[in-house]
Unconditional design. Structure first.
Lengths: 408, 168
């Protein structure tokens, strides 16, 4: 001992009976940048401390120097598994704040895009839960259909992951026929795939034994921890922003809000699967409603708001007024009204809220993102305490944590 | 009985008299303020009073108004009653020289990280918080970046004239 006297060990590190295990920031068992400093006793988790912030990009500060339309690309990078929902959530916040009414057709087109991204978000999450319990097949299988969803985004907005889809007041262009053809293909093929995906997991004994009774939380604790979205519904609280505070004409659709009972990993999995079925049904209803628009109504894809929606390019070249608006919008020279608004949408993993304060300037005075997974990740320790380390990995993925959203 | 903004306001005024003030309704959400030292009393009343039942803390964040003397820093709570489906916004203001606020972690577990985030970005000191340290920024940081005194871009840059862009 004498020759090592220059080494100072943390107090209590010789006597303690648990092992400190550092998982992450990057680790094959976590999907994203998550660090956990765990105390483990054998394979049991005694405690954990989550470290977040590895990909913090100061979005809230950035937003204070950007006109509204330039904030949309920032929202892409929150929950990047369902960027379109974030984009739409931001547009809806702006439209509520600026009191812009949208034509019904735009609402329905948005509903299609949002529900597609809900499906892509849930199918990633659920198939990753499968991967973490040792079943890779389901993941590879549904990936093909995420690809198809991304092709539909591509057809509508030109990009796939960070979509920047839509504008304040509507969409940047009308949906092409190819987009609708691809949507039809998806609606025809995906139910069969989802059914097979469920067949692989739902009554699979290994999967059930791995997920049932692990990572559970009661409804009261879940609410106290600020859970929202599928995680809260799995605990038995039927709170869904789409029903409670409908936006984008969700009140016109007929859908159920699936709930679980125990809030464990298995219930979360079931709730997400059930939500995918509901999303398919919503998309079908929306597509049907869109087909009912005829003639000029079928060409509407944005509201008439020259102050915020860019004019057609050919008008910019030929008409004075269009040129002025184009310049003013691009340069961010439009003063916002004073006031504040909190507006929320049902994101892929919970209530995604935007708290916007404007002091009458050209950019938000303050913009705060209510990121659902930042709030419910706090409960991770309570969820995994006393359980096996390998269950903690499953719990981590079944919470649907997205590092981009966690760190904003 | 459906819960209305008027009823909430009456209940609050009945309980706290002039300790709660600045009632307004912004896009359907009732907002009000109270003195910083009363924040827990108000939150607890909203939580425990059976006819109000604001048991869900949706959001907690800070705002910096550098021009408001002695109320530079503001903490905003968004609360939600799931059963009646009604939201309210409650805010308190503290001076930047002494930004002390009581923590809401005893009432809401969810306040833990949100308060850490608010501390991290605005330097608001939440008294009684179990683990008040930086969360998104590095521990070594010695300033609070979302305060307005920290400009996003270096204002002294001369190679870039932003005057034309309305953001000078």
């Amino acid at each position: 001992m004498e020759q090592h006297s220059h080494i100072t060990l943390p107090k209590g590190s010789i006597e303690k009976t648990t092992t400190t295990l550092n998982i992450g920031p990057t680790h094959p068992a976590t999907h994203g940048v998550f660090q956990n400093i765990m105390e483990v006793d054998g394979e049991r988790v005694v405690s954990t401390e989550q470290t977040v912030g590895y990909i913090h990009r100061a979005f809230e500060k950035l937003a204070e120097r950007r006109p509204l339309y330039q904030i949309t690309p920032i929202t892409d990078r929150l929950n990047y598994c369902s960027s379109p929902i974030n984009n739409m959530g931001w547009h809806i916040t702006c439209e509520r704040f600026l009191k812009i009414d949208l034509p019904k057709r735009v609402d329905y087109l948005r509903v299609i895009i949002m529900e597609l991204s809900r499906i892509s978000d849930h199918l990633i999450c659920n198939s990753i839960v499968g991967v973490d319990t040792g079943a890779y097949t389901g993941f590879l299988y549904v990936m093909q259909y995420r690809e198809l969803i991304y092709e539909i985004y591509e057809e509508v907005c030109g990009s796939r992951l960070t979509t920047n889809i839509g504008r304040i007041g509507g969409f940047e262009r009308n949906f092409t026929n190819t987009a609708f053809t691809k949507l039809e293909k998806f609606l025809n093929e995906y139910p069969g795939v989802l059914r097979e995906f469920e067949k692989l997991f739902t009554r699979n004994r290994i999967f059930m034994e791995r997920t049932q009774g692990t990572g559970g939380i009661s409804a009261a604790r879940a609410m106290n921890y600020g859970f929202t979205g599928p995680n809260l519904r799995a605990a038995g609280v039927d709170y869904d922003v789409r029903v409670q505070q409908p936006y984008s004409s969700y009140q016109d659709f007929d859908f159920k809000v699936p709930v679980g009972t125990t809030g464990d990993n298995y219930d979360r999995f079931l709730v997400r699967n059930a939500e995918m079925w509901e999303s398919i049904s919503i998309i079908k209803q929306a597509y049907q409603k869109i087909q009912e628009f005829k003639g000029a109504d079928a060409e509407i894809y944005h509201a008439d708001v020259p102050e915020y929606y860019l004019p057609k390019k050919e008008d910019v070249y030929t008409k004075m007024e269009a040129l002025i608006w184009h310049f003013k919008i691009i340069m961010g020279e439009i003063d916002l009204p004073k006031g504040q608004i909190y507006s929320a949408v049902e994101g892929g993993n919970g209530e995604l809220g935007f708290y916007l304060i404007s002091d009458g300037g050209r950019t938000p005075f303050r913009l705060h993102f209510r990121r659902p997974c930042f709030i419910y990740y706090q409960a991770f320790e309570e969820l995994i305490k006393g359980g096996m380390l390998s269950d903690a990995v499953v719990t981590l993925s079944s919470l649907n944590l997205i590092a981009g959203e966690l760190d904003a | 009985m459906a819960l209305t903004n008027t009823y909430i306001q009456e209940k609050l005024v009945e309980k706290f008299n002039d300790q709660v003030f600045q009632f307004s309704t912004d896009s359907g959400i009732l907002s009000f303020e109270s003195a910083a030292e009363n924040n827990l009393k108000v939150l607890q009343f909203l939580y425990e009073e059976s006819s109000l039942g604001f048991t869900f803390l949706t959001d907690l964040c800070g705002v910096n108004y550098p021009d408001n003397k002695d109320t530079e820093l503001v903490v905003v709570y968004h609360l939600h009653n799931f059963i009646e489906n009604i939201r309210i916004r409650f805010s308190i203001a503290v001076p930047v020289a002494k930004p002390d606020v009581f923590t809401a972690t005893k009432l809401f577990e969810s306040a833990n990280w949100m308060e850490r985030e608010t501390y991290d970005f605005f330097g608001i000191n939440f008294i009684g918080h179990p683990n008040l340290k930086r969360i998104l920024n590095v521990d070594e940081m010695d300033y609070f970046p979302l305060r307005k005194e920290f400009p996003l871009e270096d204002q002294t840059r001369i190679d870039k004239d932003d005057e034309m862009f309305g953001r000078g």
